[in-house]
Ligand binder design. Structure first.
Ligand code: DC
Length: 231
């Protein structure tokens, strides 16, 4: 039997990392972990408890909330998608709302938040056979991952995709606001002091500005199979 590997998919926000990571995991029979969802849950809790004022989190309180946050994922058979739970409550839809997106970057710059999330992420990777997407998976969480992919696309294309996704869910959204959110998240994610978003030296770049989902999945499966079959 083929040995199982760890696949790390990092890159900019809204470039389809999780869609591709999910499809890849399904194809290989691997577990999929959405690390961004974990930072979104912490942000949701901070918002609910009033710990973020004008985009600025009250860091000591956010840190002391961490011990009360248990994040789990379950595969929803009916919807055919991964669902995120906070202490057993299904928060999948709530963590995707614009208010969470607008506040998640500052939360993810808090070193203690990152340390706790990285710990939980590594626990999940103990048995390999995993696809995890995020910003620091190939650089920090699993620096020894056998396959690392760095995904990107132009900010405008990413904003268009997110606009469509939210409109289809019935949210009333403004394109310029979304574009601004994409650009400001890129900036915060890439310049923060702790685990900034950057390509691992040994990651393969996948710019999908002009690629279909099918093309990019095919490319990635080929790369994964090359490694799995030579193990
Ligand atoms: O992938 P996403 O848009 O759901 O991620 C939400 C935020 O979480 C994003 O602004 C950056 C942060 N994040 C991170 O800092 N590290 C990760 N491994 C995943 C996400």
């Amino acid at each position: 039997m083929n040995k199982k590997i760890i696949i790390a998919i990092d890159g900019h926000s809204s470039c389809g990392k999780s869609t591709m990571a999910k499809q890849l995991a399904q194809k290989l029979g691997y577990i999929y972990i959405d690390s961004g969802a974990m930072y979104r849950v912490v942000t949701l809790v901070a918002l609910r408890k009033g710990l973020i004022k004008n985009g600025v989190p009250y860091i000591p309180k956010v840190i002391s909330e961490l011990k009360n946050i248990k994040i789990t994922f379950k595969w929803d058979e009916v919807l055919g998608k991964n669902t995120t739970f906070f202490n057993g409550e299904n928060v999948e839809d709530e963590i995707r709302q614009l208010e969470v997106s607008q506040n998640v970057s500052p939360i993810s710059t808090i070193a203690e938040v990152r340390a706790e999330m990285v710990k939980q992420q590594r626990e999940n990777g103990n048995n390999k056979g995993i696809v995890m997407d995020g910003r620091d998976i190939g650089t920090v969480v699993f620096p020894n991952a056998e396959l690392k992919i760095f995904m990107t696309a132009s900010p405008k294309i990413r904003a268009q995709r997110r606009f469509l996704e939210l409109s289809e869910k019935g949210e009333s959204v403004d394109f310029d606001e979304i574009l601004q959110n994409v650009e400001s998240r890129d900036k915060i994610d890439s310049t923060r002091a702790v685990s900034p978003l950057k390509k691992a030296d040994d990651a393969l770049i996948l710019d999908n500005s002009n690629l279909t989902r099918t093309d990019q999945l095919k490319w990635t499966i080929e790369k994964a199979e090359e490694i799995i079959n030579t193990k």
